[in-house]
Write a protein that binds this ligand. Structure first.
Ligand code: AVI
Length: 320
């Protein structure tokens, strides 16, 4: 990020992201090879995810948008207009304006680790809401964030749409919810999106679309390894897989070797037997109870819950 002068990524002399290399080398050395899902989102991956949200099979974005559109009056009643909205991961999405329109908050604080993305989103919001004070903060929201002084005395509403919490295992999700509570402070509220358990065929199709966009999104992490970590992974010999793991109530994305493979990454040799996979993402799905338990474990008490007409997705309001 050339503009802010603030570099949140730790790079070595050659410009290699140290955390990326460490995660990949460790993950490829495990019995079940795995790469943390956050590495799916370089520029190409972020664009592919945007494309995914428009696929006919990928219902979550549309379902959540439907709730935000249909329930605006409810939100206004339950949340009030005196709060500062703090969005975890500033959306370039259509969702934020829908919420801001509905509750007419006192301020908007988008948090994002990507400065460029953040400034673009903040500028867009300022144009759409000329009277709304917008205070963008470049930060990693997995850690406690110091919010701008201007909103210090306002009660906060955390906004975490998209069911991104579902991409974390329970332990990480609970840590994040607790960190959010620390960031937002006593008396705050949280409006959080959580995707719901449903027919396995519907879920698997949402993560393995006809057009192959999700496959590209998944394979992109292998391309990224080749590009950034001097990798020689034969990407054409990997196949995208999306499967429901009922024990963990989650969709898992994997990259499956189509033949025995040998390759290098950052000077180290790796092998995969035909049929072996690299686990690249979890997307946990919830029901009323499991979502409540997760929130409670994270220090939040659910107070209201909305779903779309078809009951595919939930937005939950919780109190700190
Ligand atoms: C960002 N996250 C909520 C998406 C999901 O549905 O778990 C990421 C995604 N992976 C494949 N398709 C979409």
């Amino acid at each position: 990020d050339g503009n802010s002068g603030l570099e949140l990524v730790d790079r070595d002399e050659e410009g290699v992201d140290r955390a990326f290399r460490a995660d990949v080398l460790t993950g490829l050395s495990e019995a079940q090879k795995a790469i943390p899902a956050r590495w799916l989102y370089d520029d190409a991956g972020s664009q592919l995810f945007e494309d995914i949200t428009e696929l006919p099979e990928y219902y979550p974005t549309r379902a959540e948008t439907e709730i935000l559109t249909a329930r605006g009056a409810d939100f206004a009643l339950s949340i009030g207009s005196d709060r500062a909205v703090v969005e975890f991961g500033s959306g370039s999405s259509v969702k934020t304006p829908l919420l801001l329109r509905a509750i007419n908050p006192a301020a908007y604080v988008p948090l994002d680790i990507s400065g460029d993305f953040l400034r673009a989103a903040a500028a867009d919001l300022s144009t759409k809401f000329p009277g709304l004070p917008v205070y963008p903060v470049e930060a990693d929201f997995m850690r406690k964030v110091a919010l701008p002084q201007a909103v210090a005395d306002m009660p906060k509403l955390g906004f975490f749409p998209g069911s991104t919490i579902g991409n974390m295992v329970a332990r990480t999700a609970v840590d994040l919810l607790r960190t959010m509570r620390e960031t937002l402070g006593a008396g705050s509220q949280l409006l959080i999106g959580m995707d719901l358990i449903k027919d396995t065929g519907v879920l698997e199709a949402a993560y393995d679309d006809e057009a192959g966009v999700t496959a590209e999104f998944n394979l992109n992490v292998a391309r990224r390894i080749n590009r950034e970590l001097r990798g020689t992974i034969p990407v054409d010999d990997l196949r995208h897989r999306a499967r429901w793991n009922d024990n963990f109530a989650r969709i898992e994305m994997h990259l499956e070797a189509q033949r025995d493979l040998e390759f290098n990454v950052a000077g180290r040799a790796f092998a995969m037997a035909k049929g072996e996979t690299i686990h690249t993402e979890n997307s946990h799905k919830f029901d009323r109870r499991s979502s409540a338990i997760l929130l409670l474990a994270g220090g939040w008490t659910p107070v209201q819950r909305w779903t779309d007409e078809e009951g595919r997705f939930s937005l939950i309001l919780a109190d700190a």
